[in-house]
Design a protein around this ligand. Structure first.
Ligand code: ADP
Ligand code: TRP
Length: 329
């Protein structure tokens, strides 16, 4: 990973269900690594989630769960600021202001919007305006670095565009952030060998009990080469997943066994199962503890929101003053 130090780093996490190991290696692990030596702001994007979840209980549950999951996986609230998007009402105010300098054409070009419409999802204004809310999320904290997956690259370009436009109209007001596209080294394959994704139904979740994890791992699709046959480790899904969890010598050992023949996918799956299980066991236990400590989690999120809000108010005062919004209270 390119070294990023002493920066204000920000990212939003969609509360969209159980996290899987693709999310972990593709995003969460990097988010957590940034907390060393940077000022990190991470929030659960529950306002964005309203474009897809319109059920009170589900939204509440999913919001809290993803916050707990990040804490369980190593986000340290002493080092990084964790909060819920809707606790910072200034974000929606900035969204409006940005929308007045955002041409419709810019939003109409958004891939994520076009993809959803193409899939037949009937668009509401929230879905269309999604990138403006995302820009406000970023710009309101004077964020410098925004670590996101490749799918969010265009949203980041739109954010920069909006900041530059607002600055051009009202004078230097907003910090123009940089995207940090998280390295593709970790495109994690799913059970069927395609990219692991909720939308393909091929995920291995991070937090599974041993029995369910075993069922998932045993169902990984492989070819039907006989046990004795030598097998190409680079063309097999079990090995691709094993590499994420094993040390270099362990990887080498499994490679050699595959190449030599007489080593079947069933044995490799068993080794993989043990690796995944032991890798996430401490987080699984920590998650269990946190589920019983909702008061503590609430305190973390409150302290996070207070810190984030202070910064948001500072930036909003600057924005209001420069845009000519009078303020009497
Ligand atoms: P999903 O495809 O399951 O809906 P999301 O789009 O919510 O996952 O992804 C959340 C984050 O996890 C993004 O930053 C994305 O790049 C990363 N991510 C998701 N799946 C993978 C994968 N299979 N390999 C690497 N990174 C992934
Ligand atoms: N749109 C992002 C996603 O789907 C989540 C998100 C919302 C975000 N606001 C953000 C990411 C601000 C980075 C910065 O993953």
């Amino acid at each position: 990973m390119k070294a990023v130090k002493n920066k204000r780093v920000l990212s939003g996490i969609q509360p969209s269900g159980e996290l899987h190991i693709g999310n972990y290696f593709g995003a969460i692990r990097q988010h957590i690594a940034f907390q060393e030596g940077n000022e990190c702001f991470y929030f659960v994007a529950n306002l964005h989630a309203m474009t897809t979840i319109q059920d009170k209980k589900k939204l509440q549950q999913a919001t809290l769960q993803v916050a707990i999951d990040y804490l369980a996986l190593g986000l340290d609230p002493q080092k990084a600021t964790l909060f819920i998007q809707s606790d910072i009402p200034e974000v929606t105010e900035l969204t409006w202001i940005l929308s007045t300098v955002t041409p419709l054409g810019l939003l109409e070009r958004a891939h994520s919007y076009k993809d959803k419409v193409a899939k037949g999802i009937s668009a509401n204004h929230g879905l269309f305006a999604y990138p403006v809310l995302m820009a406000a999320d970023i710009l309101i904290y004077d964020s410098e670095i925004v670590p996101v997956g490749k799918d969010q690259k265009q949203h980041l370009e739109m954010t920069r565009d909006m900041a530059v436009r607002l600055n051009a109209v009202f004078g230097e007001t907003l910090v123009v952030p940089e995207a940090y596209i998280m390295p593709e080294v970790a495109v994690v394959p799913g059970l069927d060998g395609q990219k692991m994704s909720k939308s393909y139904g091929n995920t291995i979740e991070i937090f599974l009990d041993y029995k369910t994890l075993k069922q998932k791992v045993m169902s990984i699709v492989t070819d039907s080469a006989p046990l004795e046959a030598p097998k190409d480790p680079e063309k097999n899904n079990v090995y691709a997943l094993y590499k994420l969890f094993a040390t270099a010598p362990e990887q080498q050992e499994m490679r050699e066994k595959f190449l030599a023949g007489g080593y079947g996918y069933g044995s490799a799956k068993k080794e993989l199962l043990e690796k995944i299980h032991s890798y996430f066991l401490p987080a699984l236990e920590q998650r269990q503890r946190l589920m019983n400590e909702k008061t503590y989690v609430g305190e973390v999120l409150k302290a996070g929101a207070e810190k984030a809000r202070q910064k948001a108010q500072e930036v909003m005062n600057r924005v209001r003053a420069n845009c000519g919004l009078l303020k009497f209270i």
